[in-house]
Ligand binder design. Structure first.
Ligand code: COA
Length: 275
């Protein structure tokens, strides 16, 4: 049996589609992003072939010369439970370190037991737990500003890292504005609270709150409502964010945001190369 990994190309698309057809009840986002994954600079999508048949794959997005983001680990449902997922993950990590990357990151959902198990076995360490929040926006929000809000279009310096969709961009990400299209910083000058909004890189109809910072740990309504207004005015229909554990969820819930299943549902992992 010939087993090997190689970089995926355009003509692998039909097999990729076949693999993800029934994953998450057919709701997998891979079909809509695969062509970007194989074209984007710094992106590398590698597939595991067994006797020339594609059984699974994973994607690396290089964030700098030393930092990489891993995503899109998939195994054909009919081939799951046979060790292929772990094989792909391990070989992908080896590949990343072989090209000079030093720190690798990825995220997964709290109930994805096999993904968590595979990555923890490889040595990934959980470095953060976030709450995935979203809100549909179909009407303009009822905003009545009490605080004074400033809009800042300069490049945000997001020291603690930031999210866009399901991808996290840690400090050290080169040219971070690439991952914050149409970004804007909203600052409440009374409280000092700030958020960074951008277009969601993987779903242009979604406004991403990429970073949330609050001295009091509780954002006030003004800034939340203003983000919603921006979403509406930009013609987008959803807001999404990954809320860090040190910022209260209550103001978002009170303003109509929902979580998927529960709080603290997204785990962020990191693995560093041995020095
Ligand atoms: C996640 C996925 C890639 C795993 O692929 P796979 O080929 O089934 O995984 P493997 O057979 O290599 O390994 C699964 C491991 O998880 C373990 N596992 C499975 N279910 C588990 C559970 N409920 N609790 C703990 N461990 C579990 C298995 O015992 C095995 O570990 P072992 O090698 O130490 O015995 C595959 O299920 C998949 O494509 N899922 C849908 C997409 C997805 O969730 N991708 C990950 C997104 S981050």
């Amino acid at each position: 049996m010939n087993i090997h990994l190689r970089e995926l190309q355009r003509n692998d698309y039909p097999e990729v589609i076949e693999i993800v057809r029934d994953i998450w009840d057919g709701d997998d986002y891979v079909p809509s992003v695969f062509m970007n994954w194989i074209q984007e600079e710094g992106s590398c999508c590698r597939g595991l072939f067994i006797s020339e048949k594609l059984v699974g794959f994973s994607r690396l997005k290089r964030l700098s010369n030393t930092v990489g983001w891993l995503q899109g680990l998939r195994v054909d449902p009919s081939e799951q439970g046979k060790g292929y997922g772990r094989m792909i993950a391990e070989r992908m990590v080896d590949f990343c370190f072989s090209i000079g990357l030093k720190d690798l990151y990825f995220s997964t959902y709290f109930d994805n037991k096999s993904s968590i198990h595979i990555h923890e076995k490889i040595g990934f360490e959980r470095i953060g737990v976030y709450t995935n929040l979203y809100k549909s926006v179909n009407t303009p929000p009822q905003d009545s500003f009490r605080g004074c809000l400033m809009l800042d279009e300069s490049l945000p310096i997001v020291k603690a890292g930031f999210w866009n969709g399901w991808s996290f961009y840690p400090e050290g990400t080169e040219a971070p504005w690439r991952f914050l299209p149409e970004h804007l910083i909203l600052i409440n000058s009374n409280s000092g609270d700030s958020i960074v909004v951008a277009r969601n890189c993987e779903a242009s109809s979604s406004l991403e709150i990429s970073s949330v910072w609050s001295k009091s740990k509780k954002l006030n309504d003004d800034i939340i409502l203003h983000a919603e207004k921006l979403c509406y005015n930009r013609g987008q229909s959803e807001i999404h964010l990954m809320l860090p554990p040190d910022v209260e969820i209550a103001p978002f819930i009170e303003n109509g945001y929902s979580f998927f299943e529960r709080e603290n549902d997204v785990f962020l992992y990191k693995l560093s190369a041995a020095s």
